[in-house]
Design a protein around this ligand. Structure first.
Ligand SMILES: Cc1cc2nc3c(=O)[nH]c(=O)nc-3n(C[C@H](O)[C@H](O)[C@H](O)COP(=O)(O)OP(=O)(O)OC[C@H]3O[C@@H](n4cnc5c(N)ncnc54)[C@H](O)[C@@H]3O)c2cc1C
Length: 353
């Protein structure tokens, strides 16, 4: 009996499970999909859950049911290569022959005092539900601050504007503009949308610390009723504790088969894995497909062959009617990227569901 244990049923882990179940799985193989949640929470939609424009139910995907698949619910605390077991906070260890780490990421507070305690997060489903409550309980005409003007900060700000027209919303970034990693044309488009929709943008602001209702910056203290943190991510704590080789972002270095070079049969996919691209759902899904190919080939005694991963581009939303993105090297703006983004969501729900 061969036990394939997949830690994390998000974009990467669930894609891998679906691919493995699709064809040619030897009958002695059993797959264990492990997650703390009884369904996948579509992380790419957490901005809308936080703002209150999508419901919890809208962003859930049911896990598949199959005779060779067991869904294991539990809070994973670590794993041991020596005993080949996964450890849990609330249940007995689970043995594995093949292990896949697909646990995603968490906030990176860059050591800023008070950031963890005094800001809301959109990195887990539970944290996003709390953020939803904080944002939607904010007093009428109150002040919301979003620290970090990258893709998710921009999406939260725009969606919140749609959900709460009364609120004062600002994005604080230490760079020169929102979306500073994107082409200038796209930055201007998003900045104009924010101007038109009264979202304030504060650039070149370095946050030193956070307190109750206040953000201390190098320039001045900024008062804030609710502060949302979108200023950085890093792999989850279990990965942070591992001593295997990592890149500058703390992601685990893997070989061409997405495997830890020091621990064969331990694969890493998604936000925990070091790749020449920024972390994304698209990348996690592509890796999930590739690891399914590697596992299947090895089960059948064949040599796996993987092509280079090619990504299709990036899409972001500005509320429900507008958006932006890059296709190849071409920036796209307005209604078309928003429709494309809804299409991507529809497709991933249909594929997973
Ligand atoms: C607001 C926002 C917008 C985004 N927009 C886009 C976008 O438009 N396009 C795009 O490609 N990407 C986008 N992303 C990034 C994308 O969501 C992630 O890159 C992707 O989810 C990574 O997939 P993953 O499989 O690595 O992790 P996840 O999808 O996060 O899955 C990890 C799973 O592990 C489980 N887990 C973690 N720790 C434990 C534990 N200790 N015990 C038990 N279970 C655990 C979690 O419950 C979760 O189900 C966005 C992210 C955010 C926050």
């Amino acid at each position: 009996m061969s036990h394939i244990v997949i830690l994390g049923g998000g974009y990467g882990g669930l894609t891998l499970v679906n691919e493995l179940l699709e064809e040619n799985l030897p009958s002695e193989v059993r797959i264990f999909l492990v997650d703390r949640m009884p369904f996948q929470g579509l992380k790419t939609e957490y901005y809308a859950l936080a703002a209150g424009t999508s419901s919890d139910l809208d962003i859930r995907v049911t896990y598949p049911s199959h005779t060779q698949l067991e869904i294991v619910y539990g809070e994973i605390t670590g794993f041991s290569e020596e005993t080949k077991t996964v450890a849990f906070a609330n249940r007995d260890p689970l043995p594995y022959d093949t292990l896949v780490l697909a646990l995603g990421c968490t906030d990176n507070y860059h050591g800023i005092p008070g950031a963890d305690e005094y800001s809301c997060s959109i990195q887990t489903l539970s944290a996003t539900r709390r953020t939803y409550q904080m944002l939607n309980d904010a007093r009428p005409y109150g002040q919301v601050s979003i620290i970090g003007g990258g893709l998710s900060g921009v999406e939260v700000a725009a969606e919140l504007r749609e959900s709460r027209p009364d609120l004062n919303i600002r994005i604080i970034d230490r760079g020169p503009s929102v979306l500073s990693g994107f082409p200038g044309k796209l930055q201007h488009f998003v900045a104009s949308w924010f101007l038109e929709h009264q979202v304030e943008m504060l650039s070149h602001i370095t946050t030193n610390s956070l307190g109750q209702g206040v953000i201390h910056t190098t320039d001045a203290d900024i008062l804030s009723d609710v502060t949302v943190w979108t200023a950085g991510i890093q792999p989850v704590e279990i990965i942070q504790r591992l001593t295997y080789a990592k890149d500058k972002q703390g992601r685990l270095v893997v070989n061409e088969f997405h495997e830890l070079p020091e621990a064969p049969n331990v694969f890493v996919i998604g936000d925990c894995s070091s790749q020449p691209y920024s972390p994304s759902a698209q990348l996690a899904q592509a890796q999930g497909k590739q690891v399914a190919h590697v596992i299947r080939a090895r089960l059948h005694g064949k040599e796996p062959r993987l092509p280079r991963i090619r990504l299709r581009g990036t899409l972001g939303s500005l509320g429900k009617k507008s958006g932006f993105g890059i296709m190849g090297s071409t920036p796209i703006m307005g209604r078309v990227p928003r429709i494309l983004k809804s299409g991507v969501l529809w497709k991933s729900r249909r594929h997973f569901g």
